[in-house]
Design a protein. Structure first.
Length: 404
C-alpha cells in the first residue's frame, strides 16, 4: 500500500499533524497500536460537583497556550470540544522560598487568558473523530510496526512492515509514538534520557471555595505542586516529587491525600474532595540531538521530553505538528517531501524553541532542588525582582502566549 505520509503513533501530536494536512493532496496513513475505544465523555457536566457523585475525568490534563488553541481551531478540532470540560486560566500565582511569589495576569498582559486547561483524552477523542472523517487518511488500528527499511541514499520510498505482515510504503514516515519511540530507534536516531528520580502524582478534586480561574504553583522542599483549575469548583493537581515521597502519597487513602494536598497549598481553596483516583508517571529529561533522517521526522514526545513544571510539553508537540504540517502543505508536487534537505528546514524551525524550553525547564528544576548555602535567598530575591518588574513579567507571558 502506497502513501505519501505514514504517521506512526495516534497521540495528540500525530493526530494533529494528520488534521493539519486535511486539505492537501497528500495520502496519509495513521498507525496506532492501541485498540479503538468509544467516546468516554458525557455531553455536559454539572456546573458544580455534587457531594458523593463519581465524575469521569482524565487525570492527565494539559495547559494549552493560546497559540495552540489557535492551531486546534485552524485544523478543525477546537470548535467541537465540549466547553463545559474546559477552563480558562486568567491568573497565575507562583510561590517560592519564604514569602516570595510571582503573579501573572491575563488582563495586565492584554490578553483574554493565559492558557486553557483541557483533559488529554478529551482532545484525543475529538482529534480521532476528525481524522476518521478525513478522506485522505487511512487508519491502521490496532497495528504494531515491525520493521523499517530506508535506503541510505534516500532515493527510494521508505517501507514499513507491520507485525501482521502488511507492507506500507511512503515518501515520509513521521514518528509520533512517544518517549519510547519505536520509530526513533528503528531510524537509528539517538536519544539521551536523564531520569529525574521523580514521579508526577496526578488527581482531580472538588474544592470548597471557587478557584476564580487561577492556577497556582508551589516550589516546595518536597517537589513542585501545581493546582490547575477545571470547570466549576474543581481542580487538577500535579505533584512532581521524589519517588519515595510520591509512593507514600499514593499509599494514602483518598481522604488523607486530599487533606495532604490541601495543606500543602495552604488551604487556599478550603477543603478538597477527590473526584478521580490518584495516579503517577515517571519524570525524565529527553534530549534528541537530531530529529530527522532520510524519509523520517520526529514530532512530539518522540522528539523531546521536558519536566512538567512549565506545563509546555504538549504545546511543543503541537507546534512540531504545525511546523511540519505547514512545510509539507507548502511543498510543490514535484518536490520530494522525504528529502533530508527539505526536512532540515523543519528541524531548524523547531530547534531554537525546543532547546530554550528544554534547558530553561531543566535549569529551573535544578535551581529549586539545589541545597547550596545562600541559594534560597538568591531564589527569593530573583522572584521578588521579577514580581516588581511588570516589563519582565509581560515579556515572559507574551513569549509563552506567542511561542508555545
Amino acid at each position: 500500500m502506497q502513501f505519501d505520509v505514514l504517521i506512526v503513533g495516534g497521540g495528540l501530536a500525530g493526530l494533529s499533524l494528520a488534521c493539519a494536512l486535511r486539505d492537501t493532496r497528500l495520502k496519509i496513513a495513521v498507525i496506532e497500536s492501541s485498540p479503538d475505544t468509544p467516546r468516554r465523555y458525557r455531553p455536559s457536566i454539572p456546573a458544580s460537583p455534587t457531594a458523593g457523585e463519581q465524575e469521569e475525568w482524565d487525570a492527565r490534563v494539559y495547559a494549552l497556550s493560546p497559540a495552540n488553541a489557535a492551531f486546534l481551531l485552524r485544523i478543525g478540532a477546537w470548535k467541537h470540544l465540549d466547553a463545559t470540560r474546559m477552563a480558562a486560566v486568567r491568573e497565575m500565582q507562583i510561590f517560592g522560598d519564604g514569602d516570595a511569589r510571582l503573579d501573572f495576569s491575563a488582563a495586565e498582559s492584554g490578553c483574554n487568558e493565559l492558557c486553557w486547561i483541557l483533559e488529554s483524552a478529551l482532545v484525543a477523542d475529538e482529534l480521532w473523530e476528525n481524522v476518521k472523517r478525513q478522506s485522505n487518511v487511512t487508519i491502521f488500528r490496532p497495528a504494531i510496526p515491525g520493521a523499517l527499511q530506508v535506503d541510505a541514499s534516500g532515493t527510494d520510498d521508505a517501507r514499513l512492515t507491520l507485525a501482521d505482515g502488511s507492507e506500507l510504503t511512503a515518501r515520509l514516515v513521521v514518528g509520533a509514538d512517544g518517549r519510547d519511540s519505536w520509530l526513533r530507534q528503528a531510524a537509528g536516531l539517538m536519544a539521551e534520557e536523564t531520569p529525574y528520580g521523580e514521579l508526577g502524582v496526578v488527581a482531580n478534586y472538588a474544592c470548597e471555595r471557587p478557584h476564580r480561574s487561577t492556577a497556582r504553583q508551589w516550589f516546595r522542599d518536597d517537589g513542585v505542586l501545581a493546582w490547575l483549575p477545571l470547570p466549576g469548583n474543581r481542580l487538577s493537581i500535579v505533584w512532581s516529587t521524589g519517588t519515595a515521597h510520591a509512593e507514600a502519597l499514593l499509599a494514602l487513602s483518598a481522604e488523607d491525600l486530599a487533606e495532604r494536598v490541601a495543606t500543602a497549598g495552604g488551604k487556599a481553596l478550603g477543603r478538597l474532595r477527590q473526584l478521580t483516583p490518584a495516579a503517577a508517571f515517571p519524570l525524565s529529561l529527553l534530549r534528541v540531538p537530531t530529529t530527522i533522517a532520510p524519509r523520517v521526522a520526529l514530532i512530539g514526545d518522540a522528539a523531546h521530553g521536558i519536566h512538567p513544571l512549565s506545563g509546555h510539553g504538549i504545546n511543543l508537540g503541537y507546534q512540531d505538528a504545525a511546523a511540519l504540517g505547514e512545510l509539507l502543505a507548502a511543498t510543490p508536487p514535484w518536490q520530494d517531501i522525504g528529502d533530508e534537505r527539505l526536512l532540515r528546514r523543519y528541524q531548524r524551525a523547531r530547534r531554537e524553541e525546543t532547546l530554550l524550553f528544554t534547558h530553561t525547564t531543566d535549569a529551573l528544576h535544578r535551581l529549586f532542588h539545589a541545597r547550596l548555602p545562600g541559594l534560597p535567598t538568591l531564589r527569593q530575591s530573583g522572584l521578588a525582582l521579577t514580581q516588581r518588574s511588570p516589563r519582565i513579567k509581560n515579556l515572559l507571558v507574551r513569549y509563552a502566549l506567542g511561542g508555545v
